[in-house]
Design a protein around this ligand. Structure first.
Ligand SMILES: *[C@@H]1O[C@H](CO)[C@@H](O)[C@H](O)[C@H]1NC(C)=O
Length: 151
């Protein structure tokens, strides 16, 4: 009985994880809805592919914050296409039991740790690659499951 109760408490703590503010200027983690380039929701169509992340609005050049206490696990290569080099950067992170990635961020550093609300880096110049898009940080779980419940 005691073991079952402990298990339930652990499950509930994990389900309660919520991302804190990711981007300066967007205190509510407002999402990219739909624009001429597509939708920002998990599962949105991308031609023959499916969007496996959630897009959080973030103006180019904004400071990006740690959504909770995190450790940093290297840079993300988002694209191989040299035409997209301006936004080809991101960070692998872990925290609150979650493993996730942030795309389109120029990281200040790619190892060590950053406390909740402290600076991770800067939002890259997405308008230079996708004119008119809702500039955004793409949040993707390492196992590509849906990050939406954590927002
Ligand atoms: C995917 O990763 C999340 C967070 O890291 C974890 O909570 C979840 O259980 C994982 N799901 C699967 C199917 O591996």
């Amino acid at each position: 009985m005691k073991r079952i109760i402990i298990l339930l408490v652990v499950l509930c703590l994990c389900e309660g994880v919520r991302f804190g503010q990711l981007c300066n200027g967007n205190p509510t983690n407002r999402r990219r809805t739909s624009d001429s380039w597509g939708g920002g929701n998990y599962g949105a169509r991308r031609g023959t592919r499916t969007h496996r992340g959630l897009d959080i609005s973030c103006a180019d050049g904004s400071v990006v914050y740690a959504p909770f206490d995190v450790t940093l696990h290297g840079r993300v290569i988002v694209y191989t296409d040299p035409k997209k080099a301006a936004i080809n950067n991101g960070i692998n992170l872990r925290g609150e039991g979650l493993c996730f990635k942030l795309f389109y961020v120029q990281p200040d550093k790619t190892s060590g740790s950053v406390a909740r609300g402290e600076r991770l880096g800067v939002m890259l110049n997405m308008q230079s690659v996708y004119p008119g898009i809702t500039s955004h940080v793409h949040v993707q779980m390492c196992n590509k499951t849906d990050p939406t419940p954590y927002f």
